[in-house]
Write a protein that binds this ligand. Structure first.
Ligand code: ZN
Length: 702
């Protein structure tokens, strides 16, 4: 562990934030980010920091204040408002109480905030309040946990860190922990820090640098101590190659994701799905393939902070039947049923301790460990699943480190339950309102074009995870680059040639291997040409047949096979055209091939209904562009139409506007909204066509 404090960087924070927020909070923000940048110290919102100072109120009076990290805020990216200010004097008085439950304690925090709109401070706020030093740093460092989570933990901590630290047994975060910490500090005020068994470490100082440096120095001592231990590494008889594990993920993930989808009771949207991320690193594979993998995996988490993300225990699959998908499905299904029954019994055993207003979690596992594959981590979206994955990677690394030294000892079931069903912890999972497509994955073909890119954007804005597919090249990569700026991990680009069955299968596998499955397939790729029948060149006609007809067939066929494996229904939306109903002259190849595609989608609606798959079509009139993205189709057709009608581009757009009943300009966004209507399943509809044309009586579907 390196000390990353740099005077010039600290000065930069003071320059940026000092005038408005004060120099102390500026440096507090700086060292909090330094801690947050070390995944071996804290992960995703773990740990907390504080600084004491003053607050100037509306009367101009300076009153003693404490600024404590807000609950769940990620230190790696914390801003100055991530440390809300509280009235230090009134909070300190709480120490006179014998006990204080979490809910009234949280009310005291909210009442003590100088800014009533500020975020709720950490559950560990009173630890920071009761400790006298100005700066306090608290983390859940891996190296410390590797020592505390052993039967001889306290002895090991003293050996590793020397007598400069105070050691406290495990106490659940809250009022009692704060009182115990204050008493332990007063008993040994010379100490530089304090280790809380099976929880983490606290350090302090009169400056931000002192407190931060104490954390780094003590954690570095623990790391050095661990490095010197005679280690008996886990034995791995047969190593699974990473590539092989990744291949298995694409086979297993859709089955598992289907089994982890919970029935919702809503006939239109019958499942609450999860996003499933794989963990197939060399270390994780060696862990699950090792002689002690199972025994170590089925032990409690490193620290109770992780519980709400991982649950107390993962699901372990013994000897997975990769060679036979049917047997594998049965095996996984049975294992999930057993897990749920055990989780239900655990909740029942402790039900009397669930605080008022705290709901029960579902009974499903968050982490699934499989020899020969690694881990699959679930979450309500990619962000939540990523947090579970990161925690899992660290947990397995620390457990194997501990196993090399001795034996692992986690928290008792009572402590685990108390923390899992803790109102503060549950609040970290965030507001329960979700965007309509937050738990869904879409694959969009022809994504780099005008309509395709608008569909991707619309789906992403509704929370969907979107695989943008198109022919490999600049158009696709620049689209994905643009979308990632706004939507981050919710979007990936996958090269796909819809005319090549291999490429179609690979694209589906790539998406399954990334997010665990696919729920919506938007068949949008298409090409056009202009020529009268008398002059159509057969090769050109066949090119349209391949993309528009065979491409549609291949993508729908692959989607159908995938939806069957996943077993939770799905949606297919075909971007058709008004030409299917109202063809134009010199547009035979396009109209005929799109009509065939349209008919294939209608057939799919008949064949796939029994799987719970809905297939619908949207039929737009001409769309020229979407932002800077030009419609490839209109690049082909536009010039001919302009010549035929003696119009320039603007004139042609106006011509299309004037020919519909509503005199509406049809945009790519309009088409995307029509796709969204079907994707969000507003009505029990399949096999239907939604025109997006401003009203063209000749093109009304019939
Ligand atoms: Zn903590």
């Amino acid at each position: 562990m390196q000390n990353r404090w740099r005077d010039d960087e600290a000065a930069e924070f003071v320059k940026q934030y000092g005038a408005q927020w004060g120099e102390d909070l500026a440096r507090r923000t700086y060292t909090s980010r330094l801690l947050g940048a070390e995944p071996d110290l804290v992960l995703h919102g773990g740990g907390n920091t504080s600084v004491k100072g003053t607050h100037t109120n509306i009367l101009g009076e300076r009153v003693p204040a404490i600024y404590v990290k807000a609950s769940g805020h990620d230190m790696a990216a914390i801003e100055t408002d991530g440390h809300p200010g509280l009235d230090l004097v009134s909070l300190r008085k709480l120490r006179a109480l014998d006990d204080l439950r979490d809910e009234p304690m949280m009310d005291e925090f909210r009442a003590g905030l100088f800014n009533p709109h500020a975020a709720t401070p950490s559950v560990e706020t009173l630890v920071h309040t009761f400790l006298p030093p100005k700066f306090i740093d608290h983390t859940h460092a891996d190296a410390i946990l590797a020592l505390t989570n052993q039967p001889e933990g306290e002895k090991l901590i003293r050996e590793a860190l020397g007598d400069e630290v105070t050691v406290l047994p495990y106490i659940r975060p809250g009022f009692k922990l704060a009182k115990a910490v204050a008493a332990a500090y007063e008993a040994n005020p010379q100490a530089r820090g304090m280790v809380w068994m099976k929880h983490g470490i606290v350090t302090w100082g009169e400056t931000a640098q002192q407190s931060y440096s104490a954390t780094i120095e003590l954690v570095a001592r623990a790391e050095d101590f661990l490095a010197k231990q005679t280690a008996k590494p886990l034995k791995v008889a047969v190593q699974t190659p990473v590539e092989k594990a990744r291949g298995r993920v694409t086979q297993v993930a859709p089955i598992l994701r289907g089994l982890l989808a919970q029935p919702s009771g809503d006939q239109d949207r019958p499942f609450r799905r999860v996003i499933l991320l794989p963990l197939t690193t060399r270390d994780v594979l060696d862990f699950v393939d090792s002689d002690r993998g199972r025994e170590l995996a089925l032990t409690p988490p490193l620290t109770s902070d992780h519980l709400i993300r991982t649950k107390a225990l993962p699901l372990w699959i013994d000897a997975p039947r990769y060679e036979d998908s049917t047997k594998l499905r049965d095996q996984l299904s049975k294992a999930i049923q057993d897990y749920s029954a055990q989780y239900g019994a655990y909740v029942d055993r402790h039900a009397a301790h669930i605080p008022a207003g705290v709901g029960r979690f579902d009974f499903l596992p968050r982490v699934i460990l499989m020899p020969g594959l690694g881990a699959l981590c679930s979450g309500k979206d990619v962000k939540a699943a990523k947090i579970t994955c990161d925690i899992t990677a660290h947990t397995l690394a620390v457990k194997s480190r501990v196993a090399a030294m001795g034996s692992y000892e986690g928290l008792s079931e009572e402590h685990l339950f108390e923390m899992e069903y803790h109102s503060f912890q549950q609040a970290k999972l965030g507001p329960s309102a979700e965007l309509p497509l937050a738990r869904e994955v879409a694959l969009v073909t022809g994504a780099a074009g005008a309509i395709g890119s608008a569909i991707c954007e619309e789906l992403l804005e509704q929370g969907c995870h979107v695989a943008a597919t198109d022919l490999a090249g600049d158009a696709l990569s620049s689209l994905v680059e643009d979308l990632r700026k706004k939507f981050g991990d919710h979007v990936i680009g996958v090269p796909l040639d819809v005319t090549d069955p291999e490429s179609v299968a690979q694209a589906f596998s790539a998406v399954n291997g990334t997010w665990g499955g696919i729920d919506l397939v938007v068949v949008n790729a298409g090409v056009a040409m202009v020529a009268p029948l008398a002059e159509i060149n057969l090769d050109s006609f066949r090119k349209l047949e391949r993309v528009n007809v065979e491409g549609t067939l291949l993508v729908i066929g692959e989607a159908a096979r995938h939806f069957k494996i996943q077993g939770t229904g799905g949606d297919i939306v075909l971007v058709s055209t008004k030409n299917v109903f109202s063809p134009g002259s010199r547009f035979g190849a396009y109209s005929a091939t799109k009509a065939a595609a349209h008919q294939l989608a209608r057939i799919a609606s008949l064949e796939l209904a029994e799987l719970g798959v809905r297939v619908n079509m949207v039929a737009p009139d001409a769309v020229f562009s979407h932002g800077a993205r030009r419609s490839g189709l209109w690049a082909e057709v536009g010039p001919d139409r302009m010549r035929a009608r003696g119009l320039d581009e603007e004139g042609l757009e106006e011509y299309y506007r004037q020919r519909n009943l509503l005199k509406a300009t049809i945009t790519a966004r309009h088409v995307a909204k029509a796709v969204l209507f079907f994707a969000t399943r507003q009505t029990p509809t399949t096999g239907a066509t939604l025109p997006v044309d401003g009203g063209l009586p000749d093109a009304t579907p019939r």
